[in-house]
Design a protein around this ligand. Structure first.
Ligand SMILES: Nc1ncnc2c1ncn2[C@@H]1O[C@H](COP(=O)(O)OP(=O)(O)O)[C@@H](O)[C@H]1O
Ligand SMILES: [Mg+2]
Length: 261
């Protein structure tokens, strides 16, 4: 698919602190519609918090985030979360699907029921339509034959693919993945990464926090290097992995020289 080029995600001066201090420091970034961008960086640098702010699981302290035309913004001087802000967050969540490192499928529901649940309950879709859509998505992630299975009977890779299908069932405009393959045995990683490549070919806009540098380099439009709550550098994979501009990027990538060669 041709990349459209217009930013679907626009983040400006995003700041977020927890009790222990500032975690995101004036993060600004644009992500183009249809792009697959990978976020890399050391543990604790704020990658998960960044993704969680993008789907309003965490509320930003100040700055603004626009995704698919919906903006959430705060100045940092508000006394409380007002109603328009919370409504914008609810709208933004509808546009953003998220997948986590640890699979959290409902154990007492089949794979099919897991995928159908949110469309039935949240979107009030008709059961026939929800089922048809869920089966289509399960086929897309290669799980059509396992629709009647329970999560405990799936491999880690199958369960993570079911999680992706479940997120897709809400018809998001953006997919976010927080280390989706970090808990998987190495031989199961590729089947999950392949789903993201397939979605990329269909034009889905995706941000992936990952430690798989080879995948990041080969599959991404851009690599975003975060450190200390800041975006240090964003560049094409071939540039960032061979000639990073910043010393902090160089230092981080030294740990991965064999993997990205
Ligand atoms: N809910 C929270 N409450 C307090 N501190 C948090 C919370 N979430 C994350 N942090 C802190 O914010 C920093 C960044 O965490 P995180 O975004 O998880 O980093 P990463 O995903 O890059 O490892 C860490 O110091 C972490 O301890
Ligand atoms: Mg994290």
């Amino acid at each position: 698919m041709t990349k459209v080029g217009a930013p679907l995600i626009h983040v400006e001066n995003l700041c977020k602190s927890f009790e222990d201090g500032e975690v995101l420091k004036n993060v600004s970034i644009d992500i183009r519609e249809g792009d697959l961008d990978s976020v890399i960086g050391p543990s604790g640098c704020g990658k998960s918090t960044f993704l969680r702010c993008l789907n309003c699981m965490e509320y930003l302290d100040s700055g603004n985030i626009t995704i698919a035309g919906v903006t959430v913004s705060r100045t940092g001087t508000e006394e409380h979360l007002d109603r328009p802000f919370l409504e914008a967050c609810a709208q933004m969540r509808k546009n953003v699907g998220m997948v986590f490192q640890s699979v959290n499928l409902f154990p007492h529901k089949t794979v099919l029921d897991n995928v159908m649940l949110a469309p039935l309950v949240v979107k009030k879709e008709a059961p026939d339509q929800a089922r048809e859509n869920a089966l289509r998505l399960l086929a897309k992630v290669g799980l059509k034959d396992l629709a009647a299975r329970y999560p405990a009977t799936l491999s880690g890779g199958q369960a993570q693919r079911a999680s992706i299908a479940r997120a897709l069932a809400m018809n998001p405009k953006v997919m976010l993945y927080d280390e989706p393959t970090s808990a998987l045995d190495p031989e199961l990683v590729n089947e999950v990464l392949q789903v993201m490549k397939d979605l990329d070919a269909e034009g889905m806009t995706q941000i992936i926090v990952t430690h798989h540098m080879r995948f990041a380099r080969n599959a991404s439009d851009y690599i975003v290097f975060m450190d200390g709550g800041e975006i240090v550098e964003k560049d094409d994979g071939d540039v960032l992995f061979t000639t990073p501009k910043n010393e902090r990027t160089r230092e981080f990538l030294r740990h991965f020289t064999e993997e990205v060669a």
